[in-house]
Design a protein around this ligand. Structure first.
Ligand SMILES: *Cc1c(COP(=O)(O)O)cnc(C)c1O
Length: 335
């Protein structure tokens, strides 16, 4: 579906559309984490973004670019997670009708949040029906415009504004750790870094059980896997997007590296965020810190002059409070 590869100019244009609509989220630091890791870490807190995740950036940017006819007919998205809420909220702000296709067994909190933002929720049976077919039928029958969660130029450009704001605030960084699912956030970050911090090395962090992105970059083709089992539900994808892949490949292996984090590492990072930074971060949002912990020593060696400055994109904070408490209560090894 998507054809044009976005550039940094598109990220800058997205930033102008988002001004005053998205939060300019805080960049936080922790002396304790810095001391533990032997470097300076800066955290871009998209868990404090509207609707609780960076996904608002891409969704709002994409919906802002609808023609009057598209606005009148409405938008459709299929997602049980943060993209659904982001599209529903963006549509409400822009006065566009939104239809969200969600599995019947999606958590009630997510269904409620989506309908609370004014989205019309259409349920499907994830074992018997195909959501893409349902979405396509809505597109054909009612002329709705589908906004996919990552494989779309306007979505990628919007997601890139998070890293853009980070670099604007901190100046160039030596490395940036980015949660990596379908690759919208990572591809957007690559575009922002290319213009604002060209020597920054980007680490896309996937759950260990779903390293299709790492394999795709290594094999030079999009590798498809079964739905990975992980607590990082925001990165539970079976393959990365085509445009996303193109952007990551073009940046080259010396700029973009894919790494992984274990579920145990995510829980440790979640506890660290809660304990030392007083932040509620969902498991997927912990991918960056979990991987930074594993790679800190190797990074310090690359940079033996010291003064290493590393960014971490904290991608979202949407976790059910009971689930959050349950995960924090499990025993971890760190922090
Ligand atoms: C969607 C999502 C991701 C993964 O983003 P992609 O653009 O699909 O790579 C990471 N973290 C959170 C919280 C998300 O909602």
């Amino acid at each position: 579906m998507p054809t044009s590869t976005p550039s940094y100019e598109d990220v800058a244009a997205a930033a102008a559309r988002l001004a005053g609509r998205a939060h300019r989220t805080p960049v936080l630091q922790s002396r304790l984490i810095d001391r533990q890791l032997g470097l300076q870490a800066v955290f871009k807190c998209e868990n404090l973004q509207r609707a609780g995740a960076f996904k608002f950036r891409g969704a709002f940017n994409a919906l802002s670019r609808f023609t009057p006819e598209q606005r009148r007919a409405g938008v459709v998205a299929y997602s049980s997670g943060n993209h659904a809420q982001a599209v529903a909220l963006s549509a409400r702000l822009l006065d566009i009708p939104a239809t969200i296709v969600m599995p019947k067994d999606a958590p009630a909190v997510k269904v409620d949040a989506t309908s609370g933002y004014g989205g019309q929720v259409v349920m499907y049976d994830r074992y018997a029906e195909d959501r893409e077919e349902i979405g396509q039928a809505l597109v054909e029958r009612y002329g709705l415009t589908l906004v996919p969660p990552y494989d779309h130029p306007d979505v990628i450009a919007g997601q890139g504004t998070a890293a853009m704001e980070l670099f604007e605030e901190t100046g160039p960084l030596d490395a940036l750790f980015v949660p990596f699912g379908g690759g919208g956030l990572l591809a957007g970050s690559v575009l922002a870094a290319g213009a604002l911090s060209p020597d920054c090395r980007l680490y896309g962090v996937e759950p260990e059980s779903g390293d299709d992105g790492r394999r795709s970059l290594a094999e030079g083709r999009i590798v498809r896997i079964g739905t990975p089992r992980t607590i990082a539900d925001g990165a539970q994808v079976t393959h990365i997007g085509e445009l996303n892949f193109r952007i990551l490949r073009a940046a080259g292996p010396e700029t973009v590296t894919a790494v992984t984090a274990t579920d145990a590492g995510l829980v440790d990072a979640m506890r660290t965020f809660a304990t030392y930074m007083k932040l509620v971060v969902e498991p997927t949002g912990c991918l960056g810190l979990a991987a930074l912990r594993t790679h800190a020593a190797a990074l310090r060696e690359l940079h033996d002059l010291g003064g290493l400055r590393v960014g971490v994109l904290v991608s979202g904070g949407n976790v059910d409070p009971a689930r959050f408490a349950e995960l924090l209560a499990t025993r971890g090894t760190l922090g």
